[in-house]
Ligand binder design. Sequence first.
Ligand code: NAD
Ligand code: ZN
Length: 360
Amino acid sequence: MIYKNYPMVSRVVFGRGSFNQLDEILASKRKGRNAPFIFYVDDVFKGNRWLTSRITLSYKDKIIYIPTTEEPKTSQIDQLVENIILNYNELPSGIIGIGGGIVMDVAKAVSLMLTNKGESKDYQGWDLIKNPAIYHVGIPTISGTGAEVSRTTILTGPDRKLGINSDFTPFDQVILDPELTKDVPKDQWFYTGMDCFVHCVESLKGTYLNAFSQSYGEKAFDLCKEIFLDDTLNSEDARDKLMMASWHGGMSIAYSQVGVAHAMSYGLGYLLGVKHGIGNCIVFDHLHEYYPEGVALFKAMKAKHNIELPQGICADLDVQQINTMIDVALSLEPLWENAIGKDWKTKVTREKLMTLYKKM
Ligand code: NAD
Ligand code: ZN
């Protein structure tokens, strides 16, 4: 048995208002006047002085706003890297991603591709990255994905949606400031929060479970129940707790794996462009057969917060399109093995997935 030697985020700050320490944290990392800090900021914050006035730009530092209508593409990463190379004579001192999973993944991917030759699509997979990334910092403004702790950056390439998984992917520094999440719209809060809840269920109910994953997963699962079902929790505490639930959920899957909802949600994402959080919700809603208690809790949370999920998104798809989603879902073998066991291929049939997708 070979155990994973898992890289972790080197430094983390936690606390309301801790974003104010960004300047001080970056100061010691500056390599010179010609080596800028590049700040990728979720474009929802454009014109939001409450946030942007706390980013100090010196020398050639730059803020670049990242749109979040679509999840990151390999071509987009290659373009961002090229822009940096064409505009500066030196490598940046660091890349800082301020936003949700999309912006954090963009920051991770660009920091890796600045030191690794070629196109980012060639690095989608496991451990294909050869050289360490440049210094990179993640600052979540919405909680749930666990992208702040993970060793992957999920990208849609020409052929597939797959992460760049490597020991160099995790952030060197993370700033967890729950205040940054205060204006997240309610539906999005729910979808991204449920990504965390689903991480916990899939990890805790998976065959890869071990004490490491369980200890983080159970904590995050309990926090989610409190955040989404307990009326007595005030909104500030709820934000603090969801930020930590996201972290713990990410740590839990780091040492185990996700499962059926993620596999099928990747299919929806690939064919229909359905985003990660809402896609997981749409799928998970139909998975009582696999995760009975988790799905019952999910439905209770959904009802409590009056969340209406889109229905019938697969109703007009033809067989070929559904087969494409099934191919994408089934290609994620470790997810199925975790969810069902080593003999999953005898238990999960294409017909089964066809029936499930048709319900969504
Ligand atoms: P997101 O980045 O898609 O953002 C969702 C929406 O929330 C956007 O419209 C954004 O503008 C808005 N938003 C973010 N912060 C806000 C704030 N403070 N106030 C108001 N609006 C705000 O959301 P997400 O669910 O965090 O990330 C999903 C992405 O993360 C997907 O691309 C998925 O593939 C990726 N992901 C990565 C990992 C990983 O380990 N790398 C894990 C899970 C998901
Ligand atoms: Zn997820």
